[in-house]
Design a protein around this ligand. Sequence first.
Ligand code: 5GP
Ligand code: MN
Length: 325
Amino acid sequence: MISHPNDLIGEALRNAERLLLVTHIRPDGDAIGSLLGLGLALMEAGKSVQMVLDDHLPLQFRHLSGSEKIQRAIQGDFELAIALDCSDRSRLGRFGQDAIEWTINIDHHITNDGYAKINLIEPQAVATAEIIATNLESWGLQISEAVANALLMGILTDTIGFRTYNMRSDVLRLAANLMDAGANLPELYARTIYQKSFEAVKMWGSGLSKIQRIDGVVWTILTNQDRQQAGYAGKDDADMINLLTAIDDAKISVVFVEQPNGKVKVSWRAVPGIDVSQVASQFGGGGHPAAAGAELAGELQNLSETIIEKTYLHLLKTQRNSENS
Ligand code: 5GP
Ligand code: MN
C-alpha cells in the first residue's frame, strides 16, 4: 500500500531530532506563518530546530512571538530539511542552490514541481499554514498560543482577510479553532492586513497616478525613483496590487516593481475563471490561478509592454474559450 504523504511526514518528524525549516525569499505572511507555526510546534516538542530564511524578516511580522528565532544562515548539521510554501528550489534563494536534500515539501502552489522526497502539495488549500494547521496534531504536535497566532496569520494574509475566491467554510472553522487555541484575530488583522506605513501609502500615490487599462487588464508601474521619493524601505509593491483589484471591472491586475538590482518584479491577480499562473510561467514565474508572480531581467518599459500584451492575449483567449464551451 502506498502511504499518504501526511503519514510519511508524521513518521519523518517523529524520527528526527535536528530539523531545518526554510521558506521562500521575499517572504509573505504565509511563508513566515508556516515557518513559525511548524518550527515552534517542533521546538515545543523538544526538537532542535533551525528556522531559516534567505532574506530579511519584514517588519510587520516581527511582533510574532518566536520571530526573533528566525535566522539567515544554517548553523550546524541537521537530519531533515523541510521547505515550506515554496514551489521550486529557486524560490529558496541561496538554500535552493546549496546541495541540500529536501525531505519534506509542504505547499499549496499548483505550480510546485515536487522537488522533495515527500511532497505534500494541496492546491485547494488557501495557505500552506492551512495544511499545517489541519495536520499538526496528527503529526503528534500541539497548537500552543504562539503556534496558533503564526498559523492564523498565514491563513489570514494569503486570503487577504478571508476574502479571496478560494475561501471555504472549513477555513473559517479552522480559524475559529486557532482562536480557541489563543490566536488574536483582530491584532493579526490590524498588523498584517490593515495597517500600512506612511511611506507605503505615499508610494501608492505614485502607482495610482500612473494607472493604465486595456479592457479588463489594469496595471501600473513602480520605479526605484518612486520608492526613493516615498522613502519606502521594502522592495515589494507595498500591496499596491490590492488597490488595483478593487477596481470593479478589472479582470486581471498587474503591478511592475523595478528592483534595485535592475530586475523587475511582476505581480498578477485575476478574478475566478482566469488563470494568471499560466502567464507568469511564460516568464519563468509561477503561483496560483488567482495570484501569480515573476522576477525578470530587462528594461522596465519594454518588459511591461511585452507582459501586458501577453496578459491581454491570455484574457482574450480565456474569454473566447468560455464563450465556446
Ligand atoms: P506576489 O505577486 O504576491 O509576489 O506573488 C503571488 C503568488 O505568486 C504567490 O503565491 C507567490 O508564491 C507566487 N510567486 C511570486 N513570485 C514568484 C516567482 O518569482 N516565481 C514563482 N514560481 N512564483 C512566484
Ligand atoms: Mn502561500
